[in-house]
Ligand binder design. Sequence first.
Ligand SMILES: Cc1cc2nc3c(=O)[nH]c(=O)nc-3n(C[C@H](O)[C@H](O)[C@H](O)COP(=O)(O)OP(=O)(O)OC[C@H]3O[C@@H](n4cnc5c(N)ncnc54)[C@H](O)[C@@H]3O)c2cc1C
Length: 485
Amino acid sequence: MEVTADVVVIGFGAAGACAAVEAATAGASVVVLDRFTGGGATALSGGVVYAGGGTRQQVEAGVTDSVDAMYSYLRHEVRDAVSPATLRRFCEDSAGMLAWLEDQGVPFDARVSPFKTSYPTDDYYLYLSGSEDAWPDPAPRGHRTRAKGTSGKAFFTRLAEATRRAGVRVLPQTRAMELVLEDGRVTGVRCRTLTGFPRVLHAMLSRAGAKPWLYYPPLGKKLFGLAARLERFGRPLVVTAGQGVIIAAGGFIADRALVHEHAPAHRGGLALGTPGDDGGGIRLGVAAGGKTARMDKISVWRFVTPPSALQRGVFVDSAGQRFGDATRYGAANGSEIVERGGKAWLLIDDEILQIARAQVRTQTAPFQRWQVRYLLGRGLVTAPTIEEVARKAGIAAPDPFGTPPYSLINVSVRAGFGYPCPMLTLGGLVVDEDTGQVQGVPGLYAAGRSAVGVCSESYVSGLALADCVFSGRRAGHHVVKEARC
Ligand SMILES: Cc1cc2nc3c(=O)[nH]c(=O)nc-3n(C[C@H](O)[C@H](O)[C@H](O)COP(=O)(O)OP(=O)(O)OC[C@H]3O[C@@H](n4cnc5c(N)ncnc54)[C@H](O)[C@@H]3O)c2cc1C
């Protein structure tokens, strides 16, 4: 079986959808392949997009922001993941990128969260999603897609609709196995595609397995294990690409061996993604001659908010030594905890505990209540003296602060049920930052978590999706432009 298109996109998540829309808008015929039914980690995500420099929502909310302020903050987070020129372009294009998403049908909103949180409740859609409040003139740049619950599904559904409107052909349950190379140029993809009853069953199992895979892995693994067995019924299919191939197949957090090889200290976390994040897309690029970078960069999410009062606590390690800054973004704290061997506690006094308890009702979304039950319940020990609370927690006594009784909350990587530590890979294929072409491989492009991008050094909420939109659009635009040169 053979299918022909100008552009072939591997992976139908945020990066793949944006690449496909952009290439189709430039006049190319586009085919998108997905091993499952599409959506990937994007559809499971919070749908938060990091954007600033004066977005329509920021202006409506009366927030002061500028390209320079956004650049100055992100320079500090992004460091050398991309060049200063690329980061500046990302910031300059940011308000326009959000408007482009709105044009595709993705709704945003100007209601600003009045409290610090890791994810706003359904009443708020604009918030300080990183560590901006530790920065001069903090501007909220976390733009949550307007939808109830976690917004990633709405974000992806709107992008998928835009893809179809643009005339893109989507081939679900079609797994890219190998790239076709002719004279060193990538000209197509060899796949296996499911048809008939195995396809129907595979779709049911993978859809049913997506959330359990994330929130109750034993069940998720079982359902995806059955789906994977059906893949042997797949038929060979070659999709020929007249202009180029874009790899947008996610990261590699589902391949524990690969994570261990590159980042051995990152053990015991929750794999934040789908079984599609098995590094398969990155391997296709490497087999074609591409290079990888920042494969050791893993974002580790250790949120202590909501409730917001907990950010007034102090982190201590098992020696009772203070470290870090609980007001910073959860991934910054997560990295420090991993560096300290994965063990950490949050020390709070009675005043903080009482305020935190009072904030639960107004500051938490339903899916955050598990975490709150852990933070203010199972994960916490309290005692009238600092020595006693430290003995209960099994650590050396830290210096006291505030008013007794004191509480210690176990925020270690393996803290326990109800408080998993999500981890996300940030590295991938090295691309030309102007075009998205995989360096040294003509006809091959990469985007999103399959590639090195703006969030590849450190992640703050919204930066992964923002990078998927930025890098996906870049690849979709340039694959067509360069084929015409
Ligand atoms: C619970 C959760 C919450 C998150 N919240 C946010 C947030 O609010 N903001 C933010 O910025 N980031 C967030 N993230 C991270 C973000 O969602 C991801 O980094 C991003 O969606 C990755 O997009 P992508 O397009 O690169 O990959 P994906 O969305 O994962 O899409 C890749 C697709 O490729 C397919 N695929 C894989 N291999 C193959 C193959 N060989 N052949 C064909 N298809 C293949 C997969 O099936 C998948 O559909 C969150 C992640 C999770 C899991």
